[in-house]
Write a protein that binds this ligand. Structure first.
Ligand SMILES: C[S@@+](CC[C@H](N)C(=O)[O-])C[C@H]1O[C@@H](n2cnc3c(N)ncnc32)[C@H](O)[C@@H]1O
Length: 344
């Protein structure tokens, strides 16, 4: 497939999941998988629908890396030459990152490119140097320098993809939507399947699962009425039908072997303490997941470290895939578990 040169940016650890989504949705041809990025060629409007990526950019220019000296900074202005204007943009803003030591900082590089773009496009430039967010409607550009090349890219959507319109209500410990989408993709719920989040918080994981598989039957429980209110509001805003109820994840009002997929980031005591029957004995969650899962079911769970895996295995859940991710300074794992065959 030919098309625009695109770069999907993602949470560290999700590169292969983003690749999988690009291929699953037939969004383009993969050309490179690197740290926190997947490069591919395809349609920029289709790419704006990616759910496991934080953001997607179209490459608008590449020149050899300018090196480490401040004197070379003006060369970056050449990158603005190929820039195209996204319709309706009110201004431009640039975010830069580079590998290796330089005797200039990111703001110096951003300002050279931003001012050149502003001149070329006849639009105001917002510098990030003062630490203030750009005004609404400003087109986002990204500059990277990896020691070999300096690349300028334009954001394909009006704002970063990780910001979801539905997410109007959050709770402490609420999940980054692309990570929730990645969990759903790993679980691969089928049409008509029962998908459960026993600690649903603001509902992010179920809403993302519903986007991936609109014919799944979604069910969420939480102990906290405030979290359930947030989840109901978010699900309504996204147009996703979900059955929410107050319940304890260690004693769910569900029959044995009735659930096809469990998707959850439980309260491990970091930002959110385990409450109810999980307080003091968070391992009870594994026993309950094992009880409600069908023999051919799958659970995809975010765990803080691999130590939690021993407890899962002890409760009859076998890890089939473990994915390390880096998220807001933490380093949790997404783990795909399947029920161990029943002992005779
Ligand atoms: C890390 S948060 C989940 C965040 C959620 N995935 C989201 O995106 O908003 C964990 C949730 O577990 C809930 N919780 C704590 N103990 C529980 C229990 N025993 N049963 C059910 N939910 C519980 C908390 O109220 C909290 O909403």
């Amino acid at each position: 497939m030919t098309g625009a040169r695109l770069v999907a940016r993602c949470v560290s650890g999700l590169e292969t999941v983003v690749t999988r989504e690009v291929l699953r949705e037939q969004l383009g041809t993969i050309s490179h998988i690197g740290h926190r990025e997947v490069r591919f060629s395809g349609s920029e409007s289709a790419a704006a629908g990616l759910r496991t990526a934080d953001d997607v950019f179209q490459v608008t220019g590449r020149i050899p890396d300018i090196g480490h000296t401040r004197d070379s900074l003006p060369e970056l202005a050449r990158l603005a030459a190929g820039a195209r204007l996204r319709e309706g943009a009110a201004g431009v803003e640039v975010s830069a990152s580079f590998l290796g030591r330089r005797n200039f900082n990111r703001y110096d590089a951003e300002d050279v490119v931003g001012r050149a773009l502003s001149d070329r496009l006849g639009l105001p430039y917002h510098s990030r140097r003062a630490g203030t967010a750009p005004p609404p409607g400003y087109a986002g550009w990204r500059l990277t320098m990896d020691g070999q090349e300096a690349t300028l890219m334009a954001r394909v959507a009006g704002r970063p993809l990780h910001r979801r319109d539905y997410k109007r209500h959050a709770i402490p410990g609420t999940l980054h939507p692309p990570v929730a989408a990645a969990m759903a993709l790993l679980a691969e719920p089928g049409p008509g399947q029962q998908v459960l989040d026993p600690c649903c918080g603001a509902g992010t994981v179920l809403i993302e699962a519903g986007r991936l598989q609109p014919q799944a039957r979604l069910r969420g429980y939480d102990l906290d009425p405030g979290a359930l209110a947030a989840a109901r509001a978010n699900a309504a805003a996204s147009g996703t039908p979900v059955a929410f109820g107050r319940g304890d994840a260690a004693r769910l009002p569900l029959p044995d072997r009735s659930v096809d997929r469990v998707l959850t980031n439980p309260p491990w005591g970091g930002q959110v303490p385990p409450g109810g029957r999980l307080s003091g004995t968070p391992g009870r969650l594994w026993a309950e997941i094992r009880r409600v899962l069908r023999p051919d079911g799958r659970a995809v769970v975010l765990i803080p470290d691999t130590a939690a895996l021993a407890s899962a295995i002890g409760h009859g859940l076998l890890p089939a895939h473990v994915q390390h991710v880096s998220l807001s300074g933490a380093h949790p794992h997404i783990v795909l578990l399947t029920p161990a065959p029943d002992r005779l």
